[in-house]
Design a protein around this ligand. Structure first.
Ligand code: APR
Length: 321
């Protein structure tokens, strides 16, 4: 696409995931990017470095790095990756408290200047951070969406292709539910060139792959030791950005606020969603088997616990004032 009138994508948090989103999106060559971080010079440095790859790889994406929100005004889409990763010894509530503060503050600042943007949340714990961004932005649920399922299904696809020794291109793997250990892989809806997975692999092997997928994030952390995954997360965000900004209307597993769909009300949970212009076009509802519904309910229960923990943290902070 020619320069001059490109959609504007703001990425908040120019760390590992934010940087990867910027790189993959720059290569797509249809949007301009604003990278925001609190660390002085870092987003500016990453932006310049990325722009300088343009002549080599042939993209005209403009990338701006900044520590303020002026340049983000009028964004079509905002990706929130700011936050801290859980460090050894840190309680889940400590992480929750820190990241909810960060996500709340950045959402407030970015939503003011970009009232029509679609917000994609990446910060963890993902489904809880979606609640924070949704409440703070005051946007309709169609425009506040979490990225988790695309990454989980990409991991699932990787392991399926590996087990069958076939191309990943033909694998379509489906997951429901929350990010991490409450994820619900749906093997009967996962296919290779249209062939249902249970026709291709023994149940035991499928179960092993499902378990590896659910622990996919921890597996990378165990190997990297000093950080968590960012390349595949960045690519997964860009698949969602493409579907929204190019109005592709792909059906992608995304964390959205359910209002009765799948029998769940008022919680962000990962379900199949049509993503197009303006964000969520539609939630695709499936008839689940009893065990699948139970797993999804369990996943929603874990999100509810986090939401209640955040309410507690807020009540304690208010009482301390
Ligand atoms: N405003 C802007 N940027 C912030 C803020 C803030 N208030 N607070 C922190 N940041 C920035 C940090 O300076 C850092 O550069 O967010 C960035 C986070 O980057 P990394 O520490 O590299 O973390 P990353 O691996 O990218 O993960 C980011 O995504 O997958 C999730 O669990 C992960 O919540 C984490 C997030």
């Amino acid at each position: 696409m020619a320069r001059g009138n490109r959609p504007k994508v703001t990425i908040i948090g120019a760390g590992m995931v934010g940087g990867a989103v910027a790189q993959w999106l720059a290569l797509q060559d249809y949007a301009d990017i604003v990278l925001v971080d609190i660390v002085e010079g870092m987003p500016q440095g990453k932006a310049l470095d990325l722009m300088e790859a343009g002549p080599v790889l042939g993209f005209d994406t403009r990338v701006t790095g900044t520590n303020s929100y002026e340049e983000t005004a009028g964004s079509d889409l905002v990706v929130i990756t700011s936050g801290i990763a859980r460090k050894p010894g840190m309680s889940r509530d400590d992480l929750l408290k820190t990241n909810m503060g960060i996500v709340r503050s950045v959402t407030k600042q970015v939503a003011a200047g970009s009232p029509n943007a679609v917000i994609l949340v990446v910060s963890n714990p993902l489904d809880a951070m979606c609640h924070v961004a949704f409440a703070q932005a005051g946007f309709p649920r169609e425009r506040v969406i979490g990225m988790a399922g695309v990454l989980d299904s990409a991991r699932f696809s990787t392991f399926i292709a590996e087990a069958l020794d076939v191309s990943v291109e033909d694998v379509s793997a489906f997951v429901l539910g929350g990010h991490g250990d409450t994820m619900v892989p749906l093997s009967r809806f996962s296919t290779v060139s249209g062939i249902p997975l249970p026709e291709l692999l023994p149940a035991e092997q499928i179960r092993a792959i499902e378990t590896r997928t659910a622990n996919g994030g921890a597996e990378i952390v165990g190997l990297l030791k000093t950080g968590s995954a960012y390349t595949a997360p960045g690519a997964s965000v860009v698949a969602m950005v493409d579907s929204i900004l190019l109005d592709k209307r792909r059906i992608l597993p995304s964390s959205v606020l359910l209002k009765g769909e799948y029998g769940i009300d008022g919680l962000y949970v990962g379900v199949p969603v049509v993503l197009g212009a303006g964000g969520m076009k539609k939630i695709v509802e499936l008839d689940l088997m009893a065990a699948e519904q139970a797993a999804l309910n369990k996943s929603a229960g874990a999100v509810k616990e986090l939401v209640e923990a955040m309410d507690r943290i807020d009540a304690e902070a208010a009482a301390a004032q």
